[in-house]
Design a protein around this ligand. Structure first.
Ligand code: SAH
Length: 401
């Protein structure tokens, strides 16, 4: 097996089980590892530290998977890791129409592998050289462990590009899945809301077809929606709106730039026999909210669930301005005592920084704003303590006076 010797002073994160070894931390590569092959990571002293999967094409040259020298990264290891991840979701999304994330990449010790369960269908992403090289093994393990009706690939996000891999997608195993399936996303046991069924668009929808990471937060936010005029900004398929309606919202206004997304939202409300008056607005939230302010419109609950504004550290300042702007606008559109549910899914924006941004917006809006709940990604998207990068979604439910 090829070995990688680290530069002096660069061993600490590896010892502390952070799973990434960047090119700049490497002193020497001994041997000629092929992409995806297992490599051993050595301290400058020559001491064995960890084992990972090699990628010559990424700035992250090795993704670490084992800190026990006896652990071989073979098919059995992969199978055990997948089984462990699946067992960690026990009780979430059971039954023929449950939906949840089963494997969350590094956070489940499987760098570059995402597996989402949409009922009897699996949608997967293979995002690193290490997983690309194990494609056949991944499929075998998933078929054996989960017996899905089909496995569909949606490896079309920008991570593959950073790994030097072309986008990849389509049916990998079993029967062609339907274009859309109605599902019950995983939510905490014991919640009082009767969950609506929501459509996932596996082939062409955003992400792997649905935003599973917000499943719990839709329930939390619905708790404030009884009798409320609700503004659902960045609505996508209307997940927040469907829950708000179930909780007794008086009206719904959904904004998204994507017409297919709004169509899906309309279908979702119809599917659940929701008769709440709903307005579907195709437009840019930054502009539409300014228009509402000029018209003097007011709402009782506003949800801000924008896409990732910052992909890199260099984009953080610009992203912060964007977050501040929409939060500032939303605060001005709320009736006194109204509720703002505001989210950021940019991993580069820490919960602390996000709180500072919302604070800045409140000062500029001249409104008293209280955080009444702190929210994060749903439990099927665990945060691995040794990999803080696995925390990306954060949100506040705020009371705005
Ligand atoms: N709230 C959704 C997920 C939102 S994802 C849910 O619960 O499932 C972000 C959405 O914002 C996408 O649907 C995207 O089309 C939309 N979007 C991106 N930029 C936008 C903008 N400037 N104005 C309105 N919508 C935007």
């Amino acid at each position: 097996m090829a070995t990688i010797t680290l530069r002096p002073g660069r061993e600490r994160p590896v010892i502390q089980r952070h799973p990434w070894v960047f090119s700049g931390a490497i002193d020497a590569v001994h041997g000629e590892p092929a992409d995806g092959e297992a490599v051993d990571i050595l301290a400058p002293t020559g001491d064995w530290l960890a084992r990972g999967l090699w990628s010559s094409t990424s700035q992250i040259r090795a993704r670490l998977c084992a800190w026990d020298p006896n652990q071989v990264l073979d098919e059995e290891w992969l199978r055990e890791r997948i089984a462990r991840a699946v067992s960690g979701r026990a009780g979430l999304a059971n039954g023929e129409d449950g939906a949840c994330r089963l494997v969350f990449s590094e956070a489940d010790g499987l760098p570059g592998l995402i597996v989402d369960r949409y009922g009897v269908y699996l949608v997967i992403q293979i995002l690193t050289q290490g997983m690309e090289a194990r494609r056949a093994e991944v499929l075998r393990a998933l078929v054996d462990l989960l017996a899905p009706r089909s496995i569909f690939e949606r490896s079309d996000n920008d991570m593959r590009e950073k790994e030097g891999l072309p986008p990849c997608g389509g049916l990998l195993w079993g029967a062609e899945p339907p274009d859309q399936i109605a599902l019950l996303p995983a939510i905490a046991v014991g919640t009082s809301v009767v969950p609506p069924r929501l459509l996932a668009d596996l082939r062409t929808g955003q992400k792997t077809g649905f935003y599973l990471d917000q499943s719990h937060n839709r329930v939390r936010v619905a708790a404030y929606c009884q009798g409320a005029h609700v503004l659902d900004c960045f609505a996508y398929s209307g997940g927040f709106s469907a829950y708000a309606a179930r909780a007794g919202a008086a009206s719904l206004t959904l904004i998204d730039t994507s017409l297919p997304a709004l169509d899906l939202a309309r279908q979702n409300l119809a599917l659940n026999d929701i008769a709440t008056p709903a307005d579907y607005v195709e437009g840019n939230v930054f502009k539409v909210l300014r228009g509402y302010r000029a018209e003097g419109r007011r709402f009782d609950v506003i949800i801000l669930d924008p896409p990732k504004f910052a992909n890199t550290q260099a984009q953080v300042n610009h992203a912060a301005r964007g977050y501040k702007d929409i939060n500032w606008l939303a605060m001005q559109l709320l009736n006194p005592g109204g509720v703002l549910a505001t989210f950021s899914c940019s991993g580069q924006i820490s919960p602390d920084l996000f709180q500072k941004i919302v604070f800045g917006a409140s000062v500029d809006a001249g409104r008293d704003v209280q955080i009444i709940e702190r929210l994060g990604q749903s439990p099927d998207h665990p945060i691995l303590l040794t990999f803080p990068e696995s925390e990306y979604l954060k949100g506040f439910v705020c009371r705005v006076w």
